[in-house]
Ligand binder design. Structure first.
Ligand code: UDX
Length: 430
């Protein structure tokens, strides 16, 4: 099939490369010339394992990028993968996505088309917001939209494993309004549906988006519940991991996302949970459990710092923050738990030194004035305390590096540090 993907961010580029890999002819459309040039040169405009390889393989063959909407109508399907930035109240700004939908409508209306063209929303947008995107598309189409369909197809990709998550998904969700639209999406994904065990969910466009939000809200709440229980375990002097590993053996619960610690960050959970709460509030419902999930998450960094306070007064002291990325395997610091930790340490008058194997430069944009070390050993040397924000594997191997600390107080927010003689170790939830 012939497919356009409008928006070449993390989701759009992964989608474009993976669809080309399935055998489709793909045009990636982005307004940023430098992003288009990078893709056409076979380079991903962002770091995602496996993406460069796919681009190098398919660019110039089945995949190319452009800034132009002119030939958009030649394709069978156009995906919208435009960002939905957060507003101060947690709701999302539908403006850019809405503008893109209108432009797609205009491009389709002014051209000859053979057969139905399907416009598919890939961006994550709340069900009430989705109606605006549909309206924008219809406005762009004017009188020329007789055979243009509208659908949604949410993504469930994790950073760091996005390519393999696309190729081997747990589920594929199609939100369509007609049998023709459903048939188009099934044809597009046929190679995946035939070869993987993934379940195909067929529903309407708004329900498909609600599935995406409910999915992320569930996982974020699951971690917050593990953190709440972990905090209770800590008060009781019990090992939260021993407890939750046993709890996870119950099929109805499952073993994943029960690792308690300093909480969830990243580009999806905080944003999607906030957007769902804001949209629910707007619709007249205040969701108590989701609010509590956010509250638990917001409190974990201060709980961690309180454990440090109990052992050392950090004012004027050097304190190491080990791990700056929101999770291992990425340089993404969006909503990283390291951010409230650094802010809390600064508020206490500490001299913060951060270390991360890959995320130093991205965190430097957020905190230009703190010190950054080239290694965990350098960060720890002379420090009167250390807090662990990310579970990078290399932190598990730290050992005599702690001997160079002025006061070896270590508060582990991710259960990655090995306890050893000579350090005062505190686990956040055990
Ligand atoms: C998540 C969802 O997994 C994905 O399906 C969705 O499309 C986007 O959001 P991602 O943000 O890439 O993906 O990261 P994920 O691996 O899910 O971790 C999210 C956060 O939860 C990280 O900060 C991680 O450290 C934290 N986490 C995860 C825990 O604190 N405990 C756990 O047990 C699992």
């Amino acid at each position: 099939m012939n497919v356009n993907v409008v928006g070449s961010g993390y989701v759009g580029t992964t989608l474009a490369a993976c669809l080309a890999d399935l055998g489709h002819e793909v045009t990636a459309i982005d307004i940023d010339q430098s992003v288009v040039d990078a893709i056409n040169a076979g380079h991903a405009p962002l770091h995602e394992p496996g993406l460069d390889k796919l681009l190098a393989e398919h660019v110039g063959e089945r995949l190319h990028a452009t800034t132009s909407y002119d030939d958009l109508s030649e394709a069978d399907v156009t995906f919208l993968a435009i960002g939905t930035p957060s507003e101060a109240d947690g709701s999302i700004d539908v403006g850019p996505l809405s503008a893109a939908a209108e432009m797609v409508g205009e491009a389709l209306a002014g051209a000859d088309r053979n057969g139905e063209h399907l416009v598919v929303v890939k961006s994550t947008i709340t069900p009430p917001g989705l109606a605006e995107i549909r309206d924008a598309l219809v406005a762009g189409l004017g009188d020329g939209g007789g055979d243009v369909g509208f659908a949604t197809n949410p993504e469930f990709l994790r950073e760091g494993t996005a390519v393999s998550d696309f190729q081997d998904p747990d589920k594929i969700v199609f939100g369509t309004e007609s049998d023709t639209a459903l048939a188009t999406l099934e044809e597009l994904y046929a190679p995946l549906i035939e070869t993987s065990d993934s379940l195909v969910v067929r529903t309407d466009p708004a329900t498909a988006m609600m599935i995406k939000y409910a999915n992320n809200a569930f996982l974020a709440t699951k971690i917050s519940l593990a953190n709440d229980l972990g905090n209770i375990c800590k008060e009781f002097g019990l090992d939260a991991y021993e407890v939750m590993e046993a709890v996870g053996l119950d099929d109805r619960i499952g073993e994943q996302f029960l690792r308690s610690g300093v909480g969830w960050g990243g580009s999806c959970f905080p944003k999607d949970v906030a957007a769902l709460i804001a949209a629910a509030r707007e619709a007249g419902y205040e969701p108590p459990l989701l609010n509590a999930a956010v509250e638990v998450n917001d409190r974990q960094p201060e709980r961690l710092l309180a454990l440090l306070d109990a052992h050392v007064d950090v004012a004027g002291e050097r304190v190491a923050v080990l791990g700056l990325a929101f999770k291992p395997g990425t340089d993404d610091v969006r909503n990283s738990r390291a951010i409230p930790l650094i802010e809390g340490l600064q508020a206490r008058g500490a001299e913060v030194v951060g270390y991360d194997p890959v995320a130093t430069e991205t965190m430097r944009e957020r905190f230009p004035d703190i010190e950054y070390a080239d290694s965990a050993a350098d960060a720890l040397a002379g420090a009167s305390g250390a807090v662990v924000a990310t579970d990078w594997d290399e932190f598990a191997a730290l050992d005599e590096e702690f001997d160079a600390m002025a006061e070896a107080v270590v508060v582990d927010g991710r259960r990655i540090i090995k306890r050893r003689a000579g350090i005062t170790y505190e686990g956040l939830t055990w």
